[in-house]
Write a protein that binds this ligand. Structure first.
Ligand code: BG6
Ligand code: MG
Length: 221
């Protein structure tokens, strides 16, 4: 039986994935190269410094010191945080609040499992922290997705076995991490990019918890 639902934050609860992309694209521009939305897909779910490494590789930049990289990552984060300042409770993605409410009414426990160090700020800006029992984010984990750590930590805090958890993810790295954690995964977004997910939907508006909970465990669904 399913006991817990674990949600990625960026791109699942709030559409901050587009802000990350805008900030990385701006950094690429300043470094003199273009950075496409397609290339940006592999940065999703990945930690800030690993994202920077992927970006620099895409731009063919290989000769930076650790200090220069720290500087670039914090510039990106400043631009990103300027974009976060515009967030309001209306930026919670469609269907999310009602989906969480329906889970709670069935006794399902809920967590955030995010790679972001900005997660507490985002949750506060959109005023959704009270709808989660537990938050695990980039401030309390050492290894980034696709490592399963963030998901396992969330399950432990929710006192749920991994097999009793469903994860909601928009990033390929996150889907992979959740699969490695031994959990069922619902991909939010493009079915081809999230091919490892057990089920893919484009929005929470399409998801009815009763249906989901009774169907996703069935092999071959
Ligand atoms: C993830 C995002 O949630 O958090 C990544 O999908 C991001 O794109 C990562 O790099 C780290 O976020 P932050 O806010 O700590 O830079
Ligand atoms: Mg995400």
């Amino acid at each position: 039986p399913f006991e817990a639902a674990i949600f990625d934050l960026d791109g699942v609860i709030v559409d901050t994935a587009k802000f990350h992309y805008r900030a990385w694209k701006r950094l690429a521009g300043e470094l003199g190269f273009a950075f496409s939305e397609r290339e940006n897909e592999q940065l999703k779910g990945v930690s800030r410094m690993e994202s920077l490494d992927l970006l620099l590789r895409a731009g063919g930049i290989t000769d930076l010191t650790a200090e220069q990289k720290e500087d670039l990552a914090s510039r990106k984060n400043e631009w990103y945080k300027e974009l976060l300042e515009t967030l309001t409770p209306d930026d919670v993605l469609p269907g999310v609040r009602s989906f969480l409410g329906r889970l709670h009414s069935r006794g399902i426990r809920t967590a955030i499992a995010s790679a972001s160090k900005n997660a507490p700020l985002i949750l506060e800006k959109v005023n959704i922290r009270p709808l989660f029992d537990v938050v695990v984010d980039g401030n309390s984990t050492a290894r980034a997705k696709p490592d399963p750590e963030v998901f396992l930590q969330a399950a432990r805090l929710l006192t749920a076995e991994p097999a009793a958890c469903i994860v909601f993810e928009d990033a390929a790295a996150g889907v992979e991490g959740a699969v490695r954690a031994g959990m069922r995964v619902v991909g939010i977004g493009d079915r081809e990019l999230l091919a490892r997910a057990h089920l893919t939907v484009t929005s929470f508006e399409q998801l009815e918890p009763v249906y989901l909970l009774s169907h996703i465990g069935i092999a071959g669904y």
